[in-house]
Design a protein around this ligand. Structure first.
Ligand SMILES: *[C@@H]1O[C@H](CO)[C@@H](O)[C@H](O)[C@H]1NC(C)=O
Ligand SMILES: *[C@@H]1O[C@H](CO)[C@@H](O)[C@H](O)[C@H]1NC(C)=O
Ligand SMILES: *[C@@H]1O[C@H](CO)[C@@H](O)[C@H](O)[C@H]1NC(C)=O
Ligand SMILES: *[C@@H]1O[C@H](CO)[C@@H](O)[C@H](O)[C@H]1NC(C)=O
Ligand SMILES: *[C@@H]1O[C@H](CO)[C@@H](O)[C@H](O)[C@H]1NC(C)=O
Ligand SMILES: *[C@@H]1O[C@H](CO)[C@@H](O)[C@H](O)[C@H]1NC(C)=O
Length: 455
């Protein structure tokens, strides 16, 4: 989207502070200040939090921060690295490490006072059945769980979003760049967390990628108690570091500037419990899920004219974005926090990139289905300039390109796309850097001894 001039229709931002391209909506320059939360004229900073219940949920124009369905690499807009388009290099894509958050879902956090609108989630079939370890054995009846009333349990209704996601990835990385094979083979590898959400997303995305493939595919998972994603392994240092980063003046200040907002929401929604008042996680999740599935913002159960306004929701979203930027970029313990939460997984990514560097990768394409709590620290390790909450299906594509031998001796370059845009990092744009430099950038976040660090 380079050079595209674009202004959001609702922009009331001052000159120099408004996003002028879709990619800019990811990088509010003042996100590290608590004034970002309280300044209502910032609105959504050109992003969007709304989607119809069915059908595609991407923002318009393509490429803006869109919480309900973050943009992903798509053929019409995908651009080759500048070094290739300007003719200074000739290289081919040799490896893709693709990480994504699961697709759109219903809320985790149901309002303590009750929801004034019921969720109807009976139009999705979460399958669960076991088969023999061979195509020759007797195959089981495909069984799915039929929901028959609205529930407080989360699961993914976003199968359409996932299918489109896979189709789009195929057009770029299969059709156009020839890396993803026409049918799955031994050079592709998939993994998810232990959550049904990520597994359901994988089924939809991979079906979009290979619509006619008739076989089954392995989706690798670690044992949940030691999983290196989604906070699997036990680590008391995660809790103690979190406690300490919440004791700073900055953290207290963000609660201070939102005192009025939080007490209004508490009165309307009966949400005075500490779990609702001490971070913006629960309010954000509840409002995002409503807006992303075609529902209205909530009203009081006892007074139908006392409702959460869009202005309140936007302030909640700005506060949520401030918190994510604080957790993974600006808190004083950020290196340790990323190490204890995500360091092992970052180490796994590095070892796959290192195998490419050493000329011995075991696969050409790895795709891992994870959570916002994984995407955040990984972007932190890359030194992203600003980090808004990674929305549904937020994705990171690590591309490795090999120079034609006669040019630079087959040397390897990396590019990292976040939701389709090259990452803007404190290390410069991650658009065309030596693969070894990318490894150097991420390596400090891999703990030397996680067992003793975790305590
Ligand atoms: C609020 O934000 C607008 C646009 O970003 C800016 O022009 C204005 O100075 C800000 N106001 C305050 C009080 O920070
Ligand atoms: C082409 O792009 C690369 C990467 O951005 C840059 O380093 C190089 O100077 C550019 N070369 C020309 C001739 O513009
Ligand atoms: C909170 O805000 C009030 C004014 O609204 C101010 O007097 C107080 O010092 C602030 N406290 C902190 C910890 O920032
Ligand atoms: C929340 O409000 C209820 C009802 O007004 C009250 O009984 C309870 O003590 C409050 N809890 C907190 C943590 O303030
Ligand atoms: C209901 O909410 C509206 C809007 O906040 C308020 O004006 C009204 O006084 C409330 N009614 C009662 C009975 O509390
Ligand atoms: C973020 O703001 C705090 C002060 O509120 C400052 O100490 C810190 O250096 C800033 N961090 C970055 C990365 O800008």
């Amino acid at each position: 989207m380079r050079g595209l001039s674009w202004l959001p229709a609702t922009s009331v931002l001052g000159v120099g502070l408004s996003p002028v391209s879709p990619a800019d909506t990811f990088y509010p320059p003042t996100l590290n200040s608590t004034a970002y939360i309280s300044n209502s004229s910032i609105g959504t900073y050109g992003g969007t939090y709304e989607a119809a219940r069915n059908g595609p949920a991407g923002g318009t124009p393509y490429g803006i921060y869109s919480y309900c369905s973050m943009p992903h690499p798509r053929s019409p807009e995908y651009e080759l690295p500048e070094a290739l388009t300007n003719g200074s290099a000739d290289a081919k894509l040799v490896y893709l490490e693709y990480l994504q958050r699961h697709e759109r879902r219903s809320p985790y956090n149901i309002l303590p006072g009750g929801e004034n609108q019921a969720y109807h989630c009976d139009d999705v079939r979460p399958y669960l059945y076991a088969g023999p370890n061979s195509a020759n054995g007797i195959q089981p009846m495909p069984m799915y769980a039929q929901t028959y009333q609205d529930t407080s349990n989360p699961f993914s209704p976003g199968v359409n979003d996932g299918y489109q996601h896979g189709k789009d990835l195929w057009r770029v990385y299969g059709d156009k760049l020839g890396l993803i094979p026409a049918t799955p083979n031994k050079r592709v590898w998939f993994r998810s967390s232990n959550s049904p959400l990520t597994q359901a997303s994988a089924g939809a995305v991979l079906r979009g990628m290979w619509p006619d493939y008739e076989g089954a595919l392995p989706l690798h998972q670690m044992v949940s108690s030691v999983d290196t994603v989604d906070s699997g392994y036990p680590c008391s240092a995660v809790d103690s570091t979190l406690l300490s980063l919440k004791s700073t003046t900055q953290w207290k200040e963000h609660l201070n500037v939102t005192e009025g907002l939080r007490s209004k929401l508490s009165a309307i929604l009966g949400a005075n419990a500490t779990s609702w008042q001490s971070t913006f996680d629960h309010f954000s999740d509840n409002f995002q899920a409503r807006l992303c599935n075609g529902y209205k913002l909530p009203c009081s159960i006892s007074n139908s004219s006392a409702c959460v306004t869009m202005q309140m929701a936007e302030e909640v979203f700005r506060a949520g974005d401030w918190e994510w930027n604080y957790y993974w970029r600006t808190n004083p313990d950020v290196v340790k926090y990323i190490q204890v939460v995500e360091g092992l997984f970052i180490g796994e990514i590095i070892s796959r990139l290192q195998a490419v560097q050493d000329g011995s990768p075991s696969v050409d394409y790895s795709h891992i289905f994870i959570h916002d709590g994984d995407i955040g620290p990984i972007l932190g390790s890359l030194g992203i300039e600003a980090l808004r909450w990674p929305g549904m299906a937020a994705n990171i594509a690590f591309e490795v390109w090999e120079m034609k031998a006669e040019q630079h001796d087959g040397s390897l370059f990396a590019r990292v796309l976040y939701s389709g845009h090259p990452v803007r990092s404190i290390h410069g744009p991650l658009d065309w850097i030596p693969l070894s430099k990318l490894i150097d950038i991420m390596s400090p976040y891999v703990p030397g001894d996680i067992i003793s660090l975790c305590g």
